[in-house]
Design a protein. Structure first.
Length: 209
């Protein structure tokens, strides 16, 4: 149900995005509630953002890149995570600042494609759909849902294996470790933008007995 709402949320946010870097007009949604607000993306927090319990109930950062938004794949990506049983606890449509993008991809600094990647992510050609997902082993399982970085090496049935063919337009980003999840959630979200809520059918999704 929520997945079907996302194209409308993203489109509404994109139509209202200003040209200036800040503040950003974003769509912030959780569950079936969506509100429009102002975002100044935090680049540093005093403490790591809680990513849950390592190996247990975790949180991960997932971002649909501008190519995924432009191609109308937002709902399809969200549906993959929802059908797996993961819970969406934070979402927004935003155009990141250059500083945020450079910090997010800091491990790639020095690579020949770094400047182009930062420019692409901050271009405003379409918003980035930034999300926080929660659930058992969600960091590792999220990477499995996404597939290999190079779509031509990604297995059929994964997001990249099914929806893209170019490493430069590979649709989606996902945290690759517990430490990365903490850092990336803190970069893209304020603590008031990530919500604690329970599935009505949680027993049928998470129970081990």
């Amino acid at each position: 149900m929520f997945a079907r709402m996302l194209p409308h949320i993203a489109r509404r946010a994109f139509q209202q995005l200003p040209r200036l870097a800040r503040p950003r007009i974003v769509a912030i949604a959780t569950g079936s509630a969506a509100t429009l607000g102002l975002l100044t993306s935090p680049l540093h927090l005093e403490a790591p953002f809680p990513a849950g319990t390592k190996g247990g109930i975790e949180r991960t950062f997932i971002a649909i890149k501008p190519d995924g938004t432009q191609r109308g794949l937002v709902a399809s990506v969200i549906e993959r995570f929802e059908r797996k049983g993961y819970k969406l606890v934070g979402i927004k449509a935003t155009v990141p600042s250059k500083a945020l993008a450079e910090e997010h991809y800091a491990d790639l600094k020095g690579r020949p494609f770094f400047a182009g990647l930062v420019s692409y992510m901050t271009s405003g050609s379409a918003p980035v759909i930034a999300m926080v997902w929660e659930g058992k082993d969600v960091i590792r399982q999220g990477r499995r849902l996404i597939g290999a970085t190079n779509p031509l090496e990604a297995q059929p049935g994964t997001i990249r294996g099914d929806y893209c063919i170019s490493v430069g337009r590979n649709i989606i980003h996902g945290s690759d470790s517990f430490e990365s999840a903490e850092k990336e959630i803190a970069l893209w979200f304020g603590k008031s933008e990530v919500f604690n809520w329970e599935f009505a059918n949680a027993e049928w999704v998470t129970s081990d007995n």
